[in-house]
Design a protein around this ligand. Structure first.
Ligand code: GBH
Length: 452
C-alpha cells in the first residue's frame, strides 16, 4: 500500500482474504474436559502401534484452554480469517441425542474471541473426529443423518455470528484411509464394495448437512466444504496435455468432488467398480449435489499427467527419484499445483467462489542458538505456491482467499508430533508458542497483500 505500481510485483487484489487453518483434534487437547465424548481418533491413537510413538491428541496444543492465546497469534499475523473445526463429540458426546452445553459454550466463546479481534471464523463441522459412540461409524448410513442433525443444531446456535461453514474435510482421509488402507481411524481394511459404501455415506453426509444448514441459518450464510481434490498438472502446457489433466481431475476425484459437482457417479467410475459400486438410494444425489456458495480445496502436492490413447485419455507420469521433497515424504515439491488445482476444478465445474482451505508443509524445524526457528524451506514452499496462485487470480479465476496450514505445530495424525506444520513452533512440554521465521514472512505478505 502506498507504493508505486510495479508490474513485476505479485500483488493480490484488494479484499483477498488471508488466513490460517487448524482442526479440532489436532490442536484442542482437553480430550476428556468439559464433558467431551471420545472420537474414533481417541480410540485409534490409544491403540498401540497406530501412531508415531503412540502419540495422541489428549493434550495436543491445549487450545481448549489456550484459545485466547491462539487468537492473539492470529491477531499478530494480521489475518482476516481463521479456519477452524469443531469436535462433534464435544457438542454431542454420543454423536446424537443429548447436547453437551459446555462444548457449545466453548465454541461460542472461541467465535466471540475471534470476532472481538476482527477475525472472521470459517468453521469446518467435521475434520475426521467421528464420535466413537456412533455404531458402525461411516459404514452405517445413519451416521450421515446424525451428521446432518449435528450440523443443523450447531449452525442454528452460532449462525447469528458465523456466516461461513464447511461441512467435511477431505473425504478420502476419513473414508479410504480409515476404512480401506487402515492408516487413519478407525484403522480398517475393508473390501472394495464396503469402502465404496463408506465413501457414499461420506458425500451423503455432506449433502444432508448442506440442506440442514440452509434450513437453519439466516440467508446470506455461505456453505461449502474443504476437499483435497487430487491435483493433476499437465506435463507441459499444450492443449492435449491440459485436456488430459482435466480428464484426470474428473476421474481421479470420481467418488467425491466429481460426484458432488455432477450430481451422479461418472460412468467410467461405475464401470470400473462394477459389482462393487455404491448402493444409492432415491434422493441421495439431490442432497449430494446441493448448490454450494464456495468450494474449498486443500492443496499440497500434485500428480503429473500426459495425454494418451487409453480409454481414460491420460497417463500419470512417475516422479523422477530426484524430484525434491519436503520434510513429509509425500509432499513432493511442485508449486505449480496451486495454479492447476484452481484451473482444473473451475474450468470443469464453473465454481462461483473458491478458497484454498489448506496449503503448507512440514519442515525439520529446530530452535537455533539464537533462539530462532529459521524455516527457510517452508518460506520457499509457500512463496512459490503463492506465486502460482497469483497467476490463477490474475487470469480471473474466482479465488477469494487462502488459509495456510497451519497456525501452529500440532498432532499430525498418524505421524503424531514428529511432523511440524506450524508457522508457530510449539514446545509440547510447556505449550510455549514461538513464531518461526515463516510467521514473520507471512505477516509481511499479508501486510503487503503481495508475494515477496
Ligand atoms: C491435510 O491432509 C489435513 O486436512 C490436515 O489435517 C493435515 O494436518 C494436513 O493435511 C497435513 O498433512 O504418509 O505417504 O502414507 C492431507 C492429506 C492424507 C496427506 C494422508 C498425507 C499420508 C501419506 N494427507 N497422507 S503417507
Amino acid at each position: 500500500s502506498g507504493s508505486a505500481p510495479n508490474p513485476t510485483r505479485l500483488q493480490y487484489p484488494e479484499g483477498f482474504l488471508w488466513g490460517c487453518a487448524t482442526a479440532s483434534y489436532q490442536i484442542e487437547g482437553g480430550a476428556k474436559d468439559g464433558g467431551r465424548g471420545p472420537s474414533l481418533w481417541d480410540v485409534f491413537s490409544h491403540t498401540p502401534g497406530k501412531t508415531h510413538e503412540g502419540d495422541t491428541g489428549d493434550v495436543a496444543d491445549d487450545s481448549y484452554h489456550l484459545y485466547k492465546e491462539d487468537v492473539r497469534l492470529l491477531k499478530n499475523l494480521g489475518v482476516q480469517t481463521y479456519r477452524m473445526s469443531m469436535s462433534w463429540s464435544r457438542i454431542f458426546p454420543e454423536g446424537k441425542g443429548k447436547v453437551n452445553q459446555t462444548g457449545v459454550d466453548y465454541y461460542s466463546n472461541v467465535v466471540d474471541e475471534l470476532l472481538k479481534n476482527n477475525i472472521t471464523p470459517y468453521i469446518t463441522l467435521f475434520h475426521w473426529d467421528t464420535p466413537a459412540a456412533l455404531a458402525g461409524g461411516w459404514q452405517n448410513r445413519d451416521t450421515s443423518k446424525a451428521f446432518a442433525d449435528y450440523a443443523a443444531f450447531i449452525t442454528k446456535k452460532l449462525g447469528d455470528r458465523v456466516k461461513h461453514w464447511m461441512t467435511t474435510n477431505e473425504f478420502v482421509c476419513f473414508t479410504d484411509l480409515g476404512y480401506k488402507i487402515g492408516q487413519f481411524a478407525p484403522g480398517l481394511k475393508l473390501p472394495d464394495a464396503q469402502v465404496n459404501q463408506v465413501r457414499h455415506h461420506g458425500i451423503l453426509a455432506h449433502g444432508l448437512a448442506v440442506q440442514a444448514i440452509r434450513a437453519n441459518t439466516p440467508s446470506g450464510t455461505q456453505v461449502g466444504l474443504a476437499e483435497n481434490a487430487t491435483v493433476y498438472v499437465p506435463i507441459i502446457e499444450t492443449k492435449e496435455h491440459v485436456e488430459a489433466a482435466q480428464k484426470a481431475t474428473r476421474l481421479g476425484n470420481a467418488p467425491f468432488l466429481t460426484a458432488l459437482m455432477e450430481g451422479k457417479y461418472m460412468n467410467l467410475y461405475l464401470e470400473r467398480e462394477g459389482a462393487n459400486a455404491p448402493k444409492v438410494e432415491e434422493g441421495d444425489f439431490k442432497a449430494i449435489s446441493s448448490p454450494l456458495d464456495f468450494v474449498g480445496i486443500n492443496v499440497y502436492t500434485p500428480f503429473f499427467v500426459r495425454a494418451d490413447d487409453s480409454k481414460q485419455g491420460y497417463a500419470e507420469i512417475p516422479y523422477p527419484t530426484s524430484q525434491p521433497k519436503m520434510a513429509s515424504p509425500w509432499i513432493l515439491l511442485a508449486p505449480e499445483c496451486l495454479y492447476w488445482a484452481v484451473r482444473n476444478v473451475v474450468d470443469l465445474w464453473k465454481i462461483p467462489a473458491l478458497y484454498i482451505t489448506e496449503n503448507g508443509t512440514s519442515s525439520d524445524d529446530v530452535i537455533n542458538s539464537a533462539g530462532r526457528i529459521d524455516d527457510i524451506d517452508r518460506i520457499m514452499y509457500l512463496r512459490n505456491h503463492l506465486s502460482h496462485l497469483h497467476r490463477a487470480v490474475s487470469e480471473g479465476y474466482p479465488v477469494k482467499g487462502y488459509f495456510l496450514w497451519s497456525l501452529l505445530d500440532n498432532f499430525e495424525w498418524a505421524d503424531g508430533y514428529s511432523k511440524r506444520f506450524g508457522i508457530h513452533y510449539v514446545d509440547f512440554k510447556t505449550q510455549k508458542r514461538t513464531p518461526k521465521l515463516s510467521a514473520e514472512w507471512y505477516k509481511n505478505t499479508i501486510a503487503q497483500n503481495a508475494v515477496l
